[in-house]
Design a protein around this ligand. Sequence first.
Ligand code: C2O
Ligand code: CU
Length: 533
Amino acid sequence: MATDSMGVVWRMPPQPIPMPMMLPGLMGAFPGVTPFLPDPGRDPAMLPEAVFREVVEMADGDTLRLEAGFVRRTIGMRTFTMYGFNGQYPGPLIRVPQGAEIVVLFTNNIDLPTAVHWHGVRLENQFDGVPGVTQDPVEPGESFMYRVHFRDAGLYWYHPHHREDIQQDLGLYGNMLVDAPAPDYYGPANGEDFLMLDDLLVDEAGLFPWGREAAIQTLMGRFGNQLLVSGEPRWETTVRRGEVRRLYLTNVANTRTFNLVLEGADLKLVGADVSKFERETFVSNVVLAPAQRYIVDARFEEPGRYALLNPIQAIDHFNGRFYPHTDTLGLVTVLDEPVEEDHGAAFSTLREHADVIEDIDRYRAEFGRPVDHELELTARVGDLPSDIVAVMALDTLYFPPVEWTDAMPMMNYLSTSENLTWVMRDTRTGKENRDIDWRFTEGDVLKIRIHNQRRSFHPMQHPIHIHGQRFLVLSRDGVPSDNLAWKDTTVIPVGSTFDILLEASNSGRWMAHCHIAEHLEAGMSMVFTVDPG
Ligand code: C2O
Ligand code: CU
């Protein structure tokens, strides 16, 4: 339907960067699903304005009440009806010591069924928050109790696992930081910031509608045209000269991969999803795909104003041209006053993390084992408008390893989870997506090879996430990784083959999927079982 019962209508998608991608036959076409906006009949002025997130420090045994509800958000000069956890944007930042277990009493007060997933946390299976796999969806007005046990130190996040293409996009996400007992676990810093990177798609009329019965924009995922850092168009902070800031980075966007550069700062890469790296390294930029986290220390030596940038290579698929595009995400003012406690010496020392190396040592003998399972990532087209399919066929001469932006907004707009299927295929059994039924036992170590098919229909990178376990990325296209960290999400560029070593450490029925919200909606998920050891 072009219009829903509340009068929400489809409109042409905004063009993020000028490109001649409009096909004559597609003018006026709209996706074959009803447009969805949150509570369109409500005047946002009647809603409470969301407040910036609070830090909730919790100890073992504590209980948190968490409510998903409607909020008023003001972004730039504009007001929208959106969702929030506990009336906040992002949701509360939960900070716990490693080993703690907390209870979360969750209530759903939005207009869609939902559930909360504790991304990356190796908790008990029944609390993983995946409707259809570990629980029934929590209907509007209903509640669910989660027990969240934090086994590993690191940076995590929580988000809905039910139509997350809508719900997470509308603001339902929050960070969790699990502190290790060692006070010098990460080395000294003068301060810390939690940056949740996101984007939102808006036009003159407001939030661009989502699909009600099925997700739209399933081809490339939903790229926003308003970039957000922790819910704000811009991150601004002031530091003193020589200050070391620890940045906890989380990508919570539906599909956008960020490439972060912080002008004027030296960046030290310290940690990833579930652990520190074996060795700290200096980096010039940090690439984060959806759901990935990195912990980075930044040191500012010279006074001045420096931007946090997202420089990318955009592609004009029609003409096969690349062109650079840069968005500014933040601004750091470095005062001409030296920081009181100067950690410069510690900062310039690259540490080796013996704890991580020893933990991984237990698995090195398995690095050379034969491949246990192989997955191929590809797409299948249903009844996409034939004009699109024809143009897409022309398009296969050039496909970047990573799509940084929505180069084909019109085609993307018309693709839904009904006319396009994204596929994870077990190449040995031929089984696909939810028909795959891998079975492991706690204690098993498995090598899984994942190949992202270049010759698929409009190939794209896929951030693959495995629930309830942790893994190592052993190699990319045959090149062994020389600095490992435990991960729960890794992004496979177009045409690449990754070998990962999965530690089956947590029993239950778990999901593995692409973390582009629209690809997940379009089928790109599987379930595997780990039996108790
Ligand atoms: Cu971040 Cu299956 O989830
Ligand atoms: Cu994907």
